[in-house]
Design a protein around this ligand. Sequence first.
Ligand code: GZL
Length: 364
Amino acid sequence: MQRTTHRPRLLTRPGVVALAAAVALTAGACAKSEDDASKDTQSPAAAGAEQKVVTPKPGSKTCAIDAYGAEKLDLKNATVGFSQSEKEANPFRIAETRSIRDEAKKRGVKLLTANAQSQFSKQISDVQDLLAKGADLLVIAPLNSDGWDPVLQAAAAKKVPIVTIDRKINATACKDYVSFIASDFVEQGRRAADQMIEATGGKGEVAILLGSAGNNVTTERTKGFKERIAEKAPELKVVFEQTGDFAREKGQQVTEQLIQSKPGIKGIYAENDEMGLGAVAALKGAGKKAGDVKIVTVDGTRNAVQGIVDGWISGVIESNPRFGPLAFQTLETFTKGEEVPQDVIIQDSAYAADNAKSEISKAY
Ligand code: GZL
């Protein structure tokens, strides 16, 4: 399995090139628990890791401060509020928050943070609270795509610009939020399908452990996977789909039901690593051997990449959580009065048997 590496196109507008060229993401140090990571130094591989330049989504429109209706300010003297959506039991969330904290610290920017513990109503009140505490700018990792109007109105009333990362909110770019920075989740689904086709030979019955409902990540990872299967391996049939809520325990429970109802299942596409690791636990509990059922997951956490090394997982598509550098570069460029892209895609790598052992230090 060859790793596919995208070579993204750069937009040619001055402000945007400055952003795209100036911001290079490196594979971060693996994220341990929050407190461990605070003592963590970058792993050698991460320190010298391949620079991943992130770029505006091809054809992306731009946003400037006058059009948005905010005031120029010096980021160094500003307070940034960060709203995290899910509890930091998932390494994706630990790495994501770590990236935001590290970048704020590196830039000497005051950061207020809040974690909604996977409860949307709490995320709405968290953001209201950040505004009340005087956040001049907001970075939001949304739990859900809808239900943001109260917050958007409150932020607009205070002329507090919002940058959204990770999941999309259904609102208007350059009016409700400045910029949306994320992976291409449909492409992640396609790449997962490629790995599943390779692992299964393109024939047999497969199951999907769906992510949580109400966000674009689940819909787009599912869309990409199914499109690719239909296009490249019509004899690979999706016979089971059920949400594991992006959680390991539920992924295990659902897989236990799956192997009871579909004993001949050949592959499992887990829409995040935590559910994929839950599936591994269920298969082990049922007395299966590594490789009996082909598992492909999305995120790029260290535990899942170790699962490839151990033979339980066939492939992992990275969903890069290291939004810090790009989120703050976007805020800096925007508040200086320069244009920023409304849509920015972060490049994701991938792991399979040919690179899991050698590249596991880049996992988070
Ligand atoms: C993807 C992110 C997803 C991760 C899951 O950007 O929103 O949410 O893939 C997490 O691990 O629950």
